[in-house]
Ligand binder design. Structure first.
Ligand code: DGJ
Length: 737
């Protein structure tokens, strides 16, 4: 890892273990251009890639074609309004109503370590682990300074970027767009991968050809969303899981975003990522700054597996924090699918009693314990325990659960307010709404205006007060609707465009305060399933509920898309009852367990009422979790096959650091008649080690056999054709000697 500046060439070179990134300064005006991002370079003599020695040249040599220069120069941080007609990263409106900006070089600083970003989640590292370049540029006409921050890490091929804009002039101006990262490169006939979905089918992988013009994925729903994901990868046509070039970006942010690729008239690609400009307008008074969130970039020539490995390593080591960062999580049982709103103390205790006998370690009480919340129509905001339901009170329930040797967890939806709630009756102006217009309900609720300090303080005290009242060791923080009717009673007219971002900042502030006051709390974020599963939330909670769809087969695609970027340790995954509540499918209990083992693992069913043959399997699943969770959480993850692509089976693998143990999960979806066993090529093993291969479950379990890592990776392993649909196999490989 290294960052250096070549004074005579006026170039910067940033090196990660296997990649180099270069940018340079040209012309006496000091335009900053992107030079190179790719395999690690030995030398730093690639400035010619900016093509300033050919027409239209730089304005200092050919000012008559300044506009042409602006429209083809590979800007490191492009600005709009003066002649670069491609997507810009920064747009402004001055006090006089003018757009147009140009940032040119002022100074730079290179230092060890990585500064935190004020008010925002961001990756971190020590002075030994990372190095940062701060590049300062200015638009003197506007009185605007931009600080571009780049950090490289010594243990993963990732570069993080962020931008801070400061008003260094006398007049206020408005930021109408501030992206966080951009790369201008030559078009290499790319494909584009993005993640799409909806409620109950989050993060499905889509790969398509990148064409001319603009292609983007985005959210302006106020959260990162079920629908699109703040991630984009460009890859060469021949790129597969195992080989080929990939450029990828991911956003450490939980609100509106746009991730975009644009192929220009000159066959250049501009890839960019940042806060979605729709409805964004931030006023900067003289002396004020705006900090844009962090974007993470990675490049590899070793295929999608290597891209995934880079993200996983970064997030495991340099983003997730707290007590549970590297720890096994308690196996929980959540009462949502078990009871929905129909529960009381006795019902919860009956579930806990049975669960504790089976080895389950924590009871989580979901929605419905407060106010008059007996359905999802009312009472959000009234965070007072409903003692008609919880007879004896919350502390009594928690103590009783603790006496069973189990931990206790609780659900909140702190960001919301029901129109039918005492809170709304007292403070109708606390909801986000456009004055005079009837606000749009969603799940019969409104969103609290978290841009107001009084509202934030109320929310914090409501949650913290409950947590202080009993021994609560886990919180599920839910958010069940997206933002509409953007209006705040607390903001002046010319700051209404700040509401979306201020909302996200307040969510971060709330969660930051919570994990500070309750450092041992296990926080699990959730948003109607997995609508806010992003690196921003992972900074506060080491796990996020992946999807409300708990069907084992639907989960294959959801978990595949999620694991493309995020470590398995972050994916909330539960075994639920059948017929599945979302799709009505019936799958073997064993398969549900094996699929959930790839995530945090837990249960979401009424353990007192499920079939006896299912209940009997729980102690065995619990034992499997304890045996293999270290490997799942800490190991390197590899995608072997995708049911979404082959429509037959899904297969993934984890391998521990010294390659002495691996776990392969194989799920056959629909059985096909008259087929032979399936041969799969394993990955990530030590070619020189010999592995004992043992099928941990299944009716036709062959005797353990021993093969070399080399054979298993090149020639493959045979999986006997399982009998029946929806069958899963767990295969354990242990190195001999
Ligand atoms: C949506 C969550 O994803 C569910 O797990 C559950 O907590 C409900 N909300 C409760 O309203």
């Amino acid at each position: 890892m290294m960052i250096c500046y070549n004074e005579s060439e006026r170039t910067f070179k940033l090196d990660t273990p296997n990649t180099s990134y270069m940018l340079g300064i040209v012309d006496e005006e000091g335009f900053i251009g992107h030079i190179y991002y790719g395999r690690r370079l030995k030398d730093a003599d690639a400035a010619y890639l900016m093509r300033t020695q050919e027409p239209p040249f730089v304005p200092g040599k050919n000012n008559r074609e300044r506009c042409s220069f602006y429209d083809c120069f590979p800007f490191e941080y492009p600005t709009g309004g003066l002649g670069d007609y491609r997507e810009s990263c920064l747009e402004i409106r001055t006090k006089d109503g003018h757009a147009g900006a140009m940032l040119t070089y002022v100074s730079h600083e290179i230092f060890k370590g990585k500064p935190a970003l004020e008010g925002l989640p961001a990756t971190f590292g020590t002075e030994e682990e990372c190095m940062t370049l701060r590049l300062v540029c200015e638009d003197k006409y506007v009185g605007m300074r931009a600080e571009l921050l780049y950090t490289v890490f010594n243990d993963t091929d990732v570069i993080t970027r962020s931008v801070k804009i400061t008003n260094v002039g006398q007049q206020h101006f408005y930021l109408t767009k501030v992206y966080s990262a951009c790369i201008d490169m030559d078009n290499n006939d790319f494909d584009m991968i993005s993640l799409h979905g909806s409620w109950a089918r989050e993060r499905r992988i889509q790969r398509k050809t990148l064409g001319y013009g603009i292609q983007n994925v985005s959210s302006f729903r106020g959260e990162s969303s079920h629908q699109d994901h703040p991630f984009l990868a460009l890859l060469r046509k021949n790129t597969s899981q195992e080989s080929g070039e990939v450029y990828a970006m991911n956003f450490v942010y939980s609100g509106n975003f746009r991730a975009q690729a644009e192929v220009s008239q000159f066959d250049q690609v501009r890839m960019s990522m940042g806060i979605h400009p729709q409805n964004f307008c931030w006023k900067l008074e003289a002396g004020e700054s705006f900090q844009a969130p962090e974007a993470v970039m990675t490049y590899t020539d070793k295929g999608l597996d290597a891209m995934t490995a880079a993200f996983h390593k970064l997030y495991k080591r340099h983003l997730i924090r707290g007590e549970y960062k590297d720890k096994k999580r308690p196996i929980l049982i959540n009462n949502w699918e078990a009871t929905y709103f129909e529960f009381n103390t006795e019902k919860l205790l009956s579930i806990a009693r049975e669960a504790s006998k089976l080895g389950i370690e924590m009871l989580v009480m979901d929605d419905g314990w407060f106010g008059r919340r007996n359905s999802d129509n009312c009472a959000l905001g009234d965070w007072k325990v409903n003692e008609e339901k919880l007879n004896g009170g919350l502390k009594y329930l928690v103590d009783e659960v603790n006496k069973l040797g189990m931990k206790f967890g609780i659900w909140f939806e702190p960001e919301m307010i029901s129109p039918d709630s005492d809170l709304y009756r007292a403070h109708p102006d606390w909801a986000i709404a456009i004055p005079g217009r009837t606000a749009t309900e969603s799940r019969q609720q409104y969103v609290l205006d978290l841009s107001r300090k009084g509202v934030v303080d109320y929310v914090y005290e409501a949650v913290a007060g409950i947590l202080r009242s009993a021994n609560i060791e886990y919180v599920k923080w839910d958010m069940n609707r997206q933002l509409t009717d953007l209006g705040s009673y607390g903001l002046p007219a010319d700051r209404q465009g700040e509401l979306y971002h201020r909302y996200v900042l307040a969510v971060y502030e709330l969660q930051g305060r919570l994990v500070k006051e309750f450092p041992y709390l296990l926080l699990e974020n959730c948003s109607g399933g997995g609508a806010r599963f992003d690196p921003g939330m992972l900074y506060f909670s080491p796990q996020i509920w992946c999807s409300d769809d708990t069907d084992a087969i639907e989960r294959l695609a959801i978990q595949e898309g999620t694991a493309l970027i995020y470590p398995l340790s972050t994916m909330g995954a539960h075994v639920s009852d059948c017929p599945n509540h979302t799709v009505g499918r019936v799958t073997p209990f064993e398969t549900r367990g094996i699929v959930a083992l790839a995530g945090t693992f837990g249960y979401e069913l009424d353990v007192t009422r499920i079939p006896e043959e299912d209940r009997k399997q729980i102690p065995e699943q619990v034992a499997m979790y304890h045996k293999y969770n270290d490997l799942v959480r800490e190991g390197d993850y590899y995608r072997i096959a995708s049911y979404s692509q082959n429509r037959q089976f899904d297969c993934w693998q984890v391998v521990n650091e010294d390659k002495s143990q691996a776990l392969v999960t194989y799920v056959q979806v629909l059985n096909r008649p008259n087929f032979k066993s399936k041969r799969i090529l394993l990955k990530g093993l030590d070619a020189d080690k010999r592995y004992r291969v043992c099928f941990a479950n299944g009716d036709a379990v062959p005797e353990p056999v021993v093969y070399s890592g080399d054979t298993l990776m090149k020639a493959g392993l045979m999986i006997p054709n399982p009998w029946g649909d929806f069958q899963a196999r767990l295969i354990v490989l242990t190195a001999e000697g």
